[in-house]
Structure formats: C-alpha cells, structure tokens
Write a protein that binds this ligand. Structure first.
Ligand SMILES: [Zn+2]
Length: 362
C-alpha cells in the first residue's frame, strides 16, 4: 500500500480517512463540533478523539494534528499510518495512545495556519489573566510583514524593508522575532489571541479527561515548515529538568527550541502546556515534532500572503487559489519519498515514546 492513501488532500478527506480507520479498528470516536465556524463550502468542523488502550492507563501518549491548520495534512497522515500499523496493536501494558485529529479544524479546512480568529494556537496557551508577553520588535516590523497590498508598490516597499532588516540584523533574528509570537496585532502573524480559543478549551478538556489518573503524560504534536526538507526535528517543550529524559527516550537529536542546534525559535503559549496545567502532579514529556518542507523564506512568504488574504477576502478567485496553493506547497511536500521520510521518522519516535512510557511506569 502506498503511504499517500493515508494522507488526505484536504480536511474533509483527511477526516473521512481518520473516521474510517477508527471504525476498522473498532474504536469509538468522540467528535466535538465547532459551534460557529464552517469549512469553505459551509461544512461542519470537528475535533475528533480516539483512544487505544486501558481507561486507567498509567502512561498516555497523545498524537495530535493540525495545531497549525494547513500542517494537518501531514499530522493527519501520521495519525492514519499509525492507526493502520502494528504500533496500534501492540501497546505496552498500562499505556494508552490517544489521537486528537484536527486541533484547529478551521485552519485545516481553509488551509490557514491560524484559526477562525487568526489565532496561532501554539501561542494561545498563555495566562490571559496576567500581563501578556510583549514583543516590541514585532510591532516595529508588523507594517511590512503585513503590507496593505500583496501586489504593486506597497508590497515592493515592504520587501525592501524586510531585506534592509535582514541586512542589519540577520535572517535568524527576523525568524526569532516573528516566531516568538505577539499579542498586540490581531491582523498580524503568530498572533496569540486575547483569550483562550475554542480549540484551546476543547483540547484542555480532552487532556483533562484522557490523562486522568496517569502518572506520566507524553505528546508528539506534529508540525511542518521548519528545518531541512524531510528531516523530523523532535523539539522538547517543558521544564529543563525533563530535557534529559526526553533525550534518553527519543535520542540525542532532541533539541530545545531556540537553543543549540534547533532550527526552531523560542515561543510562548504552546498547546502542549495543557498537559502540565491539567495534571501538575504527573510527569510530562512533550515533543513538538517539526518536519522540514521548503526554505524558511518561502514558508514565511506564503504565510504572509495567506495572512494578507484573510483580511482582503474580496480578491479575485485566481489570486485566492494561488495563495492557498502556495501555502499548501510551502507546508507539505506532495511526493512519496517525502511522505516515507515522515512516516519512518514518526514511527521511530512513536515507538520510542511508547517504550519510554512503559519503562517509566514500571
Ligand atoms: Zn506548526
């Protein structure tokens, strides 16, 4: 069987594949429908949850997809391939595997990285009752990251400003300022929101219920768009004392975002933090699994275009289609070699995660 059969071409086909695979495994699926948001042809949107393993598991491994909408094509493919593999048949004693399909169904359905309110869900898990993180450098570059027009003189002027910024500060600095996240520009990139989003509240409830009673919670949250093409970087998120354990489970190439050899930057408000917010007395091993697709300049340009489109929806159909296709191409490499790399790496890390959990709860 070719791997492409596990990768939907869009949200609707990916969800249909996921539901069918769960049915074939005899798994019940808990579907949480979005109360307001709809897909591009008015279809209903859901976050779906399926669990394999005992109810009172001591160790739980979550595998999550589409925290960043568009990236769900890959995350969903990984979930599908896992469901169809022997991994789903041979869980260690006391360990459960929980799939959460489409954390951000709106973004997945509309091929946007952000949700229905342009919120980056991996920046949305901050304490909104406290002063929000500040990112003054982002405020400075915001006007040319999101120019008033995506074609013509406004865009050209914005590109000149970006080039000048990179000449002065370097590309790494631009990446760090952007990816850190921001809470002041709702029409900007990497916007963390002003309150917990629908997806945040659903995911938090799922973690509370599925992790109940477990002594150790782990997660692989699947992403794309950062790092060398086809490489899967396991990025540890959590308190420093857990980093050594994450390396002993998953390998020496586990990184800490923004440090050492990591291709990723530091950021605030990750969705994996629901694990320790809901289960402060358990141990946690959280990994953002980031698969490289295209050069970062291409990814950022596609994200900027899609962000511009969000606030200029009246563009002609061809421009709309091109911006969406460019973003899809930037975050997903549509060939079998790439999918094979993604699945082999995912399989390896899931195996290691399950083994790590089995050892730690022994
Ligand atoms: Zn992502």
């Amino acid at each position: 069987m070719t791997l492409s059969l596990n990768f939907g071409t869009d949200y609707a086909s990916a969800r249909a594949l996921f539901l069918e695979a769960c049915r074939q495994r005899g798994l019940s699926v808990q579907s949480r429908q979005h109360p307001d948001a709809k897909g591009p042809i008015g279809e209903d949107l859901f976050m779906d949850v399926a669990r394999i393993g005992p109810e009172n598991a001591d160790g739980v491994l979550f595998i999550t997809s589409a925290t960043h909408g568009t990236e769900g094509i890959t995350g969903s493919g990984v979930q599908m391939a896992t469901l169809k593999s022997t991994l789903a048949e041979e869980l260690p004693n006391g360990v459960a595997l929980v799939f959460v399909h489409a954390i951000n169904p709106y973004g997945f359905a509309h091929l946007s990285r952000t949700n229905e309110d342009n919120i980056d869900l991996n920046r949305n898990f901050v304490d909104f009752s406290a002063p929000l993180p500040e990112n003054d450098p982002y405020d400075t570059i915001h006007p040319f990251i999101v120019p008033a027009d995506w074609q013509g003189p406004e865009r050209e002027a914005a590109e000149r400003e970006i080039k000048s910024y990179i000449d002065r500060h370097g590309e790494k600095k631009l990446q760090a300022v952007l990816l850190e996240g921001q809470y002041t520009q709702p029409d900007g990139l990497f916007y963390g929101g002003a309150s917990p989003s629908w997806s945040n509240r659903q995911w938090t409830e799922i973690v509370a219920a599925e992790g109940k009673g477990a002594r150790h919670l782990a997660i692989l949250d699947v992403h794309t768009g950062i790092g060398p093409k086809g490489y899967g970087e396991p990025i540890y998120v959590g308190v420093d004392s857990g980093f050594g354990r994450a390396r002993s489970w998953f390998g020496d190439d586990v990184t800490n975002a923004g440090k050492g050899k990591s291709h990723a930057s530091e950021f605030k408000g990750p969705m994996v933090s629901a694990l320790w917010d809901k289960h402060p007395n358990a141990e946690h091993t959280a990994i953002v699994l980031e698969f490289g697709t295209r050069p970062l300049t291409q990814v950022l340009s596609a994200l900027r275009a899609d962000n511009w489109l969000r606030f200029h929806p009246d563009v002609d159909k061809n421009q709309h289609r091109k911006i969406k296709q460019d973003l899809r191409d930037a975050l997903y490499v549509d060939n079998e070699d790439w999918r094979l790399q993604i699945w082999q790496r995912s399989r390896q890390l899931i195996e290691r995660g399950l083994a790590g959990l089995a050892n730690t709860i022994k």
